[in-house]
Design a protein around this ligand. Structure first.
Ligand code: SAH
Length: 345
């Protein structure tokens, strides 16, 4: 057996790898299948065969940020902007209830129309419907995060995007790396199940920095990690750049599962966008969560963070039926609980 395979086997027990070891694994493509199976075993041992379905509502594509990779960045005047009414959000959540989903994920651009008061009222109503609630609405103050938590929000997703500070500043000219870190620390402090993650394959992103991203997830003690390949979006400064690959995104995800065995890891839409089987491959390489998009037809076509998003041509009903079938066909179980992180280490 090669040294790298031995290293992977040791990590399935110790959940420790050095930065140099992670880099070696990321650079060698001959051990990919071995790595994916190891992550699949760790996933089964620590979080079981259940797959948690979280209904994603993209409730506004209005954004004040200029993230260079993102198709809904504020400079992009070609995007038809929308904002859902509260009634529409609740009607979509009701649908999720009918599908049996236990969690609602509310995601949006950084849209200040949704003030603290408006968000608190939406959060309370979704909680009254009996859901666990994840927010993915960007950078806020400690006080705002606290009010959302007090109103009942359970989880928060805020990807660090990259831990390479120089690259971070280039990608986010109007934001600061320090503030991103501050947000993640505040979320942890406030007791949110905190999700972060990175883009894989950004221009100028090094393998070394991806290894650093993985170690950052462990250092933060993240409860969820969402990863996806960077997909160049039209009408952004990066439209002509090369995108990331599914393989590299899966490798970063599998290594994350080895090091953080009991966390929740979604098989992301960006993975399925690059390969129709991308989500299933992810579910067999360490992932245990799927976030079906339940945004209505009209709005979801306008939430164009990148092109060709998987699921755009299916209604939520169709997507729900097909994903449930695929999960069951792979011998996995649709979870019936809320799917909070159960510390198991
Ligand atoms: N405003 C929220 C939600 C952002 S959209 C926030 O700041 O957290 C959710 C994720 O989509 C981002 O965190 C980013 O990692 C991803 N994303 C954006 N543009 C992308 C692209 N072109 N390719 C792949 N993923 C992208």
């Amino acid at each position: 057996m090669t040294d790298l395979k031995k290293l992977i086997i040791t990590a399935t027990d110790s959940h420790v790898l050095s930065e140099a070891q992670i880099i070696d694994i990321l650079k060698d493509d001959s051990i990919n299948d071995f790595l994916f199976s190891a992550a699949d075993e760790v996933r089964e041992k620590y979080v079981g065969n259940e797959v948690h379905l979280r209904g994603l509502i993209e409730f506004s594509n209005i954004c004040k940020c200029s993230c260079k990779y993102c198709g809904i960045r504020k400079e992009n005047t070609l995007v038809q902007r929308y904002r859902m009414t509260e009634e529409k959000i609740f009607a979509l959540a009701q649908k999720a209830k009918e599908y049996g989903y236990k969690t609602i994920v509310l995601q949006s651009g950084e849209d200040s129309f949704f003030s603290k008061e408006k968000m608190v009222s939406i959060i309370k109503k979704i909680k009254d419907m009996g859901f666990a609630l994840t927010l993915s609405i960007g950078e806020k103050t400690y006080e705002e995060y606290k009010e959302y938590k007090d109103a009942g929000a359970d989880r928060y997703l805020l990807r660090i995007e990259t831990t390479d500070k120089n690259l971070y500043q280039k990608m986010h000219p109007d934001m600061s790396f320090e503030n991103r870190i501050r947000c993640l620390k505040d979320l942890k402090k406030l007791g949110y199940e905190t999700g972060t993650g990175c883009l894989v394959g950004l221009p100028e992103q090094s393998i070394e920095s991806l290894a650093h991203d993985i170690l950052f997830f462990k250092e933060l003690d993240a409860d969820m990690i969402g990863l996806g390949p960077f997909i160049p979006a039209p009408d952004t400064p990066l439209e002509t750049e090369d995108g990331g690959t599914l393989t590299m995104a899966l490798k970063v995800m599998a290594l994350t599962r080895l090091l953080l065995p009991d966390i929740n890891i979604p098989a992301t839409t960006a993975m399925e966008t690059l390969d129709p089987d991308g989500r299933l491959k992810a579910l067999q390489s360490g992932a245990n969560v799927v976030m079906p998009n339940i945004t209505d037809e009209e709005c979801k076509h306008k939430y164009t963070i990148y092109p060709g998003k998987a699921g755009l041509n299916n209604t939520a009903d169709e997507y729900n039926r097909s994903i449930m079938l695929k999960i069951k066909n792979r011998g996995r179980i649709i979870a019936s609980g809320f799917g909070f992180r159960f510390r198991n280490l």
